[in-house]
Ligand binder design. Structure first.
Ligand code: FES
Length: 64
């Protein structure tokens, strides 16, 4: 699996999202998982355009 940047404003990569989800217990709800990832990485707090890409990455990680 290759890493790639998802959020340019906050320099958050796919692996950063994965790491943020590692210590997160309830991986059932994308919205809750998103709040957690945002808290840890600060993704989507710049221009906000990466929001959907972050959600997609989270659901990829949750469903594999
Ligand atoms: S690219 Fe993530 S907030 Fe701008």
């Amino acid at each position: 699996m290759t890493n790639y940047t998802i959020c340019n404003c906050r320099n958050v990569s796919f692996f950063d999202v994965e790491d943020a989800l590692h210590d997160y217990e309830s991986l059932t709800d994308v919205e809750n998982a998103f709040s957690h990832v945002q808290e840890v990485t600060h993704c989507t707090t710049g221009c906000g355009s990466c929001y959907q890409k972050i959600l997609d990455a989270i659901s990829d990680i949750m469903h594999r």
